[in-house]
Write a protein that binds this ligand. Sequence first.
Ligand code: BGC
Length: 773
Amino acid sequence: MKNPFIYYSTVITTAMGLLHSCGQQAPQFGSAPIDDVIGAMTLEEKATFLVGSERLKETPPDSPPSVTRYPMFSKELQAKLDSCKSQEEAFNLVQATSLVKGRVQGAAGQNFAIPRLGIPSFIYADGPAGLRIDPLRDDEEGEFYCTAFPIESALSASWDTDLVQRVTAAMGQEVREYGVDVLLAPAINIHRNPLCGRNFEYFSEDPLLTGRMASAYINGIQSNNVGVSLKHFAVNNQETHRNGVDAQVSMRAMREIYLRGFEIAVKESQPWTIMSSYNKINGTFASENHWLLTELLRDEWGYQGFVMTDWWAQENGARQMAAGNDLIMPGTQRQFDNIIEAVRKGELDEKVLDTNIRRMMNILSKTSTATNYKYSNQPDLKAHAQVARQAATECMVLLENRQQTLPLSEKVKRIAAFGNASYDILVGGSGSGNVNRKYKVSLEEGLQNAGIALDEALAKSYGDYVKGELAKLPQENFWTIPVIAELPLDKAQVQRAVANTDLAVVTICRMAGEGGDRKNQPGDFQLSEVETSNINLICSAAHAAGKRVVVLLNMGNIIDLTPVLACKPDAVLHVWMGGQETGNSIADVLTGKASPSGKLPMTWAKHYEDYSSANDFPFSDEAGETVQYKEGVMVGYRHFDTRAIKPLYPFGYGLSYTTFLYSDIKAHSEAGSITLTVEVRNNGQRAGREAVQFYVSAPASDGIEKPVKELKAFAKTPLLQPGESATVKVTISASDLASWDESTNGWNLAKGTYRMMAAASADDIRCATEIEL
Ligand code: BGC
């Protein structure tokens, strides 16, 4: 017998079709003008189109098939359905719909098909690090694996928009070839606090880096004729109580920090769809926020696409419609009823529904589904694995490299690899950001592929331990990818492994995912006792034996690094979660086949308490209902700079295997835009690329406290050979230098002298010039 959920859904949509099937054929979506299709829709069909296909899932599975709950059926149809002898029979009555099981299993959602009007079911699937669908189907032959690419925080560490666009062009091909219409990504909320559980899915603490990365990401995906859903709009900077927390934030902080990335992405790349966030903003749910979704997004920014809710954001359906939230996903019956009732009572103008439907249809008519694209179910996974491998190398950030420990000298033939993650590397986070990949390359495999042997006895202990512990873990599910506790080491074991090898590698990992934030506790933001003891043992044994230690950080975010640095490891490389080829990518960087050129997209503080939001995360009140963004615009480096707090590693920091000399900065202002150029020369011994950052200090402005400086442009050089130079050129629009003035509720461009700086990081200004505006 078919799944009753599907049974009910299909009954409803087709039932409405049947209702109208007598007489002449209704205008068909795809061939008739959109306004004619809308004109032919009943109120119920409109609400059906605007509320996703899962709204009937509340029905207990074992309840008898009954449609009386739904006031949309005619008596005749009700009678027909009631007279069906079995679900099977009723199912046959409605088989025209494409909702049977979902065409792409594991996709996050779809809408009801309305066959009477030729409206098919469109498919929406996650997520930022690759397409998330089920890899195997119980009723269909074949495999449907997708490529796990580097996570977003890693991608932004590349500071390379071309690279991001190459990655997402490949990702988008998978979206298209698996028959999905819209990818629910990129996610671009600001890293307000390092404990946010989804920072790995977000780009950065800085809105300009975020916005530019998002545009490149969107352009790559949409170059495949599939859409994105830019999410989560807006001010969704924590997971704790994400469905109800009220983010209380000033208009200035919103405009300059939390909305800026969205604004750039909307204006530069017109995402097909945007996902509103769960939380409240200054008392109003984002999905019910008319100012946010209509006045700002459409009227001010000129957004052309449509807005959908985040999943199960169960606010009032009628209010969501009125605010300009076009599609409710995956939909509840209550929200559907809200819409119908509000229209019937005259509280919601049906024209609002027409506008929302029109916006959706304008976009959806471009999709693969609407244009009957014959997808292959065979994207080029082999080629995409190579894209992922190369991209991950460009994202890694070299934090420490004493005495040129890296790249490894050719003398390093055998390594003692410590840390569970050396044998079970984490390649992505959990939740909707997870990707069902076919395989992952562990560090062990990656090193072996590069011709480096591992200490066998150590590899065997870890191998046995990891295998045994993994078998004991609960099954991975949407919300959690369980991670095993770190294997405790003893001194003799460490000394033996160190003596038998040329160098030690220690991998420290952290998992994270939506639905929860991280904690400033041992084993999470802090090292666990076992990790602290292990790293102490390893560093002392290795240094006593005259050998070096390389620490790899395998995570989407950051941890408290103080106890690690206290052991004086010789090199520290942030390898992020680099996707399914992570092990090979790490080996490429360790051996020098690739030169690390990533730089931090966030500030790495010495102490958690140094972050400006530390006292207001996740809540500002005892009841746990509100979070006050008291720090205003002083987020990340803006705060560290302005309050003169020295971070451990500044925003934009990252070493290379070579060094770069900056010179000859020039600024030229014309017709509202400023062109900056700087010469960058590779003055070191190896080839490399440099991420060049341009910060601007604005003149003082009455009543507006400005950050000491702000990132206003960036660019990455091509690969420069030793001695080679490049002229790096960027353009800044003068309007990008304005601050939001709360007193006039508008942008204010202060007159005076602006200092323009070319920098290797927020704390490493290499040359500067001034300009009068
Ligand atoms: C997440 C979204 C995601 C959606 C669909 C929600 O829980 O917040 O980012 O796209 O689920 O899986």
